[in-house]
Design a protein around this ligand. Structure first.
Ligand code: MG
Length: 383
């Protein structure tokens, strides 16, 4: 079998574009992959994919190691950068899809088997719209009632940075109070800080909000300073989670060994390969840390996450978008869904998704100025 073509698709997904690749073979088997798109950089991903697909075309799609090595090591000037890691991930996921279809087995089995039949998920994206206690309460209740999510993540900190005034703390506390009133105390609440605080600010926030029983504090400070992250981790009572912007095991190794967090959150679509993610999970396991992949992505990334997480002993939870653009399921068709707070691991050959190239063309993603996580008022811009 030989790879004959690699096609990229940029799909509009409101506040960001999704980026998919389809890898075609001469045996009529094709696979689909996804790269982390985020904030309108899909044009750069597209160009990077075009410039690197010659490393894939003509190769045996079952020889992922060789293809991955070519993509990650052969480029020199930008070797190992985030863009190359992201397209490397997309290609790797597509190659696993092909391998599953070729061997007529689900990807989890080819990855080494599973210790979980169902994967716990938490909701992100639920608190779209106005940053008010009413909107937070309404959508929190809806996510838990309608979709049975056992945990919710939000970033309630608007555009605040470094540290908060008492009035700002009070404002954030009112949002969390509204969520607790709406969903009770059995539902987990994760707080994503998006790296915005100083060490002092992060500790101040954690102390002020600990009464809401926070399941994890995500990226309290910028990741570049791992000493700062480790200091926050030592000084706050809630677990610290980080890793969505780490895209290689050299950095992840440092984060783990320096005790910078309790939970690692690598993203499946920018980490280069599923094999590297398995390695990251093993490193975390050796230091009694858990694994909770970042996944604010589309259905291909979620499917890859389900297959990968199935075999991860120290799995904590997988992220999942509870609200997203309506055409997501048209572009990536799949049978899996959230039930009782979990998603069953798919058993179909490959990833268990069907990527509709015609549907993808109907919703082309354009570069937009507005591709950013927040609007001017600090509310999350989501559909
Ligand atoms: Mg995050």
């Amino acid at each position: 079998m030989e790879v004959t073509d690699v096609r990229s698709y940029v799909v509009d997904a409101d506040w960001r574009n999704w980026f998919f690749v389809v890898v075609e073979t001469d045996e009529g088997i094709s696979g689909v992959g996804e790269a982390l798109s985020g904030e309108g950089l899909t044009a750069a991903l597209e160009a990077t994919m075009d410039a690197h697909k010659h490393y894939v075309i003509g190769e045996d799609p079952l020889n992922r190691k060789k293809i991955n090595r070519r993509m990650m090591r052969y480029p020199f000037a930008w070797r190992g950068g985030k863009l190359i890691s992201a397209i490397g991930s997309a290609i790797d996921i597509a190659l696993w899809d092909i391998a599953g279809k070729y061997y007529d087995e689900p990807v989890w089995k080819l990855l080494g088997g599973k210790v979980h039949d169902e994967i716990p998920v938490y909701a992100n994206g639920w608190h779209i719209g106005e940053r008010t206690p009413e909107n937070y309460a309404h959508h929190a209740e809806k996510a838990v009632k309608d979709q049975e999510y056992p945990a919710l993540k939000c970033d309630p900190f608007a555009h605040y940075e470094y540290s908060l005034s008492n009035a700002q703390i009070e404002e954030v506390a009112e949002l969390l109070e509204a969520v607790r009133d709406a969903v009770g105390w059995d539902v987990g609440i994760g707080l994503d800080c998006h790296g915005r605080f100083s060490v002092r600010g992060a500790i101040q926030v954690a102390e002020a909000l600990s009464e809401y029983d926070i399941m994890f504090l995500e990226e309290p400070v910028e990741l570049e300073d791992r000493e700062a992250m480790a200091e926050v981790n030592r000084r706050v009572s809630m677990p610290v989670a980080t890793g969505e912007r780490i895209y290689n095991n050299a950095t992840m190794n440092d984060v783990i060994n320096e005790g910078a967090c309790d939970i690692i959150q690598p993203d499946l679509t920018n980490y280069g390969s599923l094999a590297e993610l398995q390695h990251a999970a093993e490193m975390a396991k050796s230091r009694y840390m858990t694994f909770a992949p970042h996944n604010p992505n589309a259905g291909v990334s979620t499917a890859a996450g389900l297959h990968l997480c199935a075999g991860i002993e120290n799995l904590e939870v997988l992220e999942h978008m509870s609200r997203d653009v309506a055409w997501g399921n048209e572009v990536v068709r799949h049978d899996f869904e959230v039930r009782d707070g979990v998603i069953e691991v798919p058993d179909e050959p490959g990833l268990g998704v069907e990527f509709d190239e015609e549907a993808a063309k109907q919703y082309p993603g354009e570069p937009k100025d507005s591709h950013s996580l927040f609007d001017e008022e600090g509310a999350l811009k989501r559909p």
